[in-house]
Design a protein around this ligand. Structure first.
Ligand code: NAD
Ligand code: UGA
Length: 473
């Protein structure tokens, strides 16, 4: 059964309604009104949130996303848990499920856990009909397409649908996603490139045709499967490496009197280096940089490339070190003792403009501060209170946790009577704070620790605050 009108995709199913599946499919739906898109997930709560009438309840916060959802949802964009039927009717299936680092077994702590990829492949093998193009949208280790193929081969025969006149057939495409959270919609609408790796030009071209509705042709890169899978890991490793490089230099600036902002500017002005991803901060977070580098390190080790694996592992070591040294500096500045001192934490997401806290540097820093006896008072504009508390409670096991860690709904409440204010995420609203007002409600001597270098030093110091700003003395 050929569902596709030869050269046209009519029906897409996306497995996984997370930070990638939701926004990516929303943009495809907006740009391709003639394609019906069904996003499915096993997490019913998440699906209910995607279907929520109140658009502030969507499970993913991204500037511009709710507009598209209100336009496309229930027209050509649908969210449900009906995996079976939506796989069956799809000509193209995007797999956008989670691929976290394995926590046990062979490769634990490094390799990607492919449990969810495998279960998706098995479902596709079982329910797909006719010819289906499977698109790897999740970030995967090189050669995962081979695994998917093996699963499809075996399972497809076992679950051969009754009444079919033709065997079901599949082709596999790798089409990794490069969006960054907080700018996802813009990244999807104006991508630097769209990478499509595959083995047959028919499938590659069909997927390319979806994107050419809004992406200029010259931005579409077509490669073989393995180059595409590997390029995604390498792109993230390069980006993370730049952050670790500049963060390593931030410490040297603090020791020498150089200023990291000035160094970044001077270094990035060289067009061969470029000015992006040279912003020093509390270390990179997010669900992917760490896991993708660990995965790359694992692959290098697997292929016997010890030196290469060690090289990339260092990027992660610097990142952990940057997070650890921030809490040590706070303790040192507050007379070597933060026991029972109230520290106000501004920002808990891993970067501004997202409600995602996965691998946020804030988690490790808060945990370290609590271990030193600090009382935390946290404010984040978008992260739900319960999520912050649940996350910290997991890593800081103390019977008095609720007394020691509070989440407030306003900056003023979080800051009141605090001994120090720590900026972890550079939300725009933090730049607009009336710091004189804050100065009048905090304990003296008042300290601000600015890990995002987002405050104007002279203004803060003039008010009377002690200020530690990352990367300068
Ligand atoms: P996520 O955890 O937000 O979403 C994954 C979703 O898949 C979950 O809701 C989960 O319930 C669902 N799922 C898992 N198995 C399923 C199954 N068999 N059937 C139906 N649903 C299933 O993850 P994410 O952040 O969207 O990332 C997904 C992939 O994309 C990862 O490989 C990640 O590395 C990659 N990626 C993420 C980003 C990002 O910014 N978050 C960017 C580029 C690439
Ligand atoms: C990153 C990549 O930028 C995306 O291209 C990729 O698709 C995605 O990972 C993924 O595969 O998941 P994301 O993690 O959402 O996107 O956000 P980034 O903007 O890359 O920021 C990552 C972390 O690095 C954040 O904690 C951010 O604060 C930090 N960062 C970034 C810096 O400290 N300095 C910088 O100059 C840039």
């Amino acid at each position: 059964m050929i569902k596709m009108d030869k050269n046209k995709v009519k029906n897409i199913c996306c497995i996984g309604a997370g930070y990638v599946g939701g926004p990516t499919m929303a943009v495809i739906a907006e740009k391709c009104p003639d394609i019906q898109i069904n996003v499915v997930d096993i997490d019913i709560e998440r699906i209910n949130k995607w279907n929520s009438k109140d658009l502030s309840k969507l499970p993913v916060f991204e500037p511009g996303l709710s507009n598209i959802i209100s336009k496309c949802r229930d027209n050509n964009l649908h969210f449900s848990t009906d995996t079976e039927n939506n796989i069956a009717r799809a000509d193209v299936i995007f797999i956008s499920v989670n691929t976290p680092t394995k926590t046990k077994g062979i490769g634990a702590g490094y390799a990607s856990d492919l449990t969810w990829i495998e279960s998706s492949a098995r479902q596709i093998a079982k329910f797909a009909s006719g010819h289906t193009i499977i698109v790897e949208k999740s970030t995967l280790p090189v050669k995962t397409a081979e695994t998917i193929k093996q699963i499809l081969k075996g399972e497809a025969k076992l679950h051969y649908l009754e009444g079919e006149t033709k065997e079901k057939s599949f082709s596999i495409i790798s089409n990794p996603e490069f969006l960054a959270e907080g700018t996802a919609i813009n990244d999807l609408e104006f991508p630097d490139r769209v990478l499509i790796g595959g083995e047959d030009s028919y499938s590659i071209d069909l997927i390319a045709d979806i994107y050419t509705k809004w992406v200029p042709k010259h931005k579409i890169i077509k490669t073989n499967l393995w180059s595409s899978e590997l390029s995604k890991l390498v792109a993230n490793a390069f980006l993370a490496q730049r952050v670790s490089s500049i963060n390593s230099i931030s410490a040297l600036c603090e020791s020498t009197g150089a200023d990291i902002k000035e160094v970044s500017l001077a270094v990035g002005a060289d067009h061969r280096i470029g000015d992006k991803f040279l912003k020093s901060g509390p270390g990179f977070g997010g669900s992917c940089f760490k896991k993708d580098i660990l995965n790359l390190v694992y692959l290098c080790k697997y292929y016997g490339l010890t030196q290469v694996s060690e090289y990339w592992e260092q990027v992660l070591k610097i990142n952990s070190w940057q997070q650890e040294r921030i809490s040590s500096i706070i303790v040192e500045k507050l007379f070597g003792n933060i026991n029972n001192k109230k520290i106000c934490i501004l920002g808990f997401s891993f970067k501004a403009n997202t409600n995602d806290i996965r691998e946020s540097p804030g988690i490790q820093i808060c945990k370290d501060l609590m271990n030193e006896g600090a009382l935390l008072s946290i404010f984040d504009p978008k992260v739900e209170k319960d999520i912050i508390l649940k996350t910290l409670k997991k890593s800081y096991k103390d019977k008095d946790f609720e007394k020691k860690c509070k989440v407030e709904t306003s900056i003023l409440n979080a800051a009141r009577y605090s001994d120090a204010i720590l900026i972890i995420t550079d939300w725009d609203q933090f730049r607009k704070i009336d710091w004189s007002e804050i100065f009048s409600i905090v304990n003296q001597p008042a300290w601000i620790f600015d890990t995002r270098i987002c405050l104007e030093k002279s203004y803060i110091k003039k008010i009377g605050f002690n200020l530690w700003s990352l990367g300068s003395s």
